[in-house]
Design a protein around this ligand. Sequence first.
Ligand SMILES: Cc1cc2nc3c(=O)[nH]c(=O)nc-3n(C[C@H](O)[C@H](O)[C@H](O)COP(=O)(O)OP(=O)(O)OC[C@H]3O[C@@H](n4cnc5c(N)ncnc54)[C@H](O)[C@@H]3O)c2cc1C
Length: 284
Amino acid sequence: MGQKIIARTLSEAIEALAKYDCNIVAGGSDIMLQKRNTAGELPRFEKDVLFIANIEELHKEYVDEEGLHIGATMTLEEILRHELTPNVLKDCLKELASVNIRHFATLPGNIANASPAGDTIVVDILLDAKLKLTSIRGVRYVSAEDFVQGVRKIDLAKDELIEEIIFPKYDFDKLIWFKVGSRKAESISKLAFAAAYKLDGEKIASIRLAFGSVFMKAIRSHELEKELEGMSLKELGSRVEEFTEKYGKVISPIDDQRSTKSYRLEVTKNIVRDFLTTLAKGGN
Ligand SMILES: Cc1cc2nc3c(=O)[nH]c(=O)nc-3n(C[C@H](O)[C@H](O)[C@H](O)COP(=O)(O)OP(=O)(O)OC[C@H]3O[C@@H](n4cnc5c(N)ncnc54)[C@H](O)[C@@H]3O)c2cc1C
């Protein structure tokens, strides 16, 4: 391992990133495992290591006219307990890892890890979240959907860090989170589903469906959402099977140690079918 830098302020962190080639460590719950060494030895980092968990100015969650801001050093457990956190994100966090891991893991760590099974990424893209990326060159914003480009591939320059995640204001009647795992606690997703909709009388005013663990990254279909928007619930009732099949084509599940491709495809289709059938009856 190279040098170890413990940043106490955002400017210390971005100056270190500009100067050295660093691995950022927030909670460490992903990266420490990736860099683990043989039993009893310290993790093996090839680069310098920048610890950011002590940056107090990023330890905040607040709302302004832009929406909800969650700072990079808020832990998942703090976010879960925070009164401003949307219920759909709380539902996701309740099932993420375990209390002890949630006490140090963070939201930016989950998205920057860019695992297809990263749970909070599904909620990020459902809510059109954007990331504030900061470096000594300045600030830029990128949507959560564009930030993750593939498995372990992210749109983050070497000198940037995620300062905060911003959830714009939204207006839905209902938001849903659903995770399929081997068991309730400490279980990595075989499949994750989040959805939101707003009705205008008997019509769908707006709708979003997001999926995790069924593609190389969390995914939504803006095309299918546009097709559904404006549709009457009666028409939806007669087209549930058609849209279930269409969503089946959007996703491209993988075989891995947790599940098979065909299981993931069938379960996704069952979830979409149930969700649309309930919605066609007026939701609940
Ligand atoms: C037993 C166990 C169970 C788990 N269960 C789940 C689960 O159910 N669902 C799930 O989604 N995940 C799960 N995880 C994975 C992990 O806990 C989460 O992904 C967590 O949110 C990672 O956050 P962290 O702060 O610990 O990230 P770290 O390990 O510190 O970092 C992860 C990556 O993000 C980068 N990074 C961190 N912060 C920033 C930042 N501010 N700016 C730029 N880059 C940054 C790091 O450089 C690294 O590449 C589990 C892990 C364990 C060990």
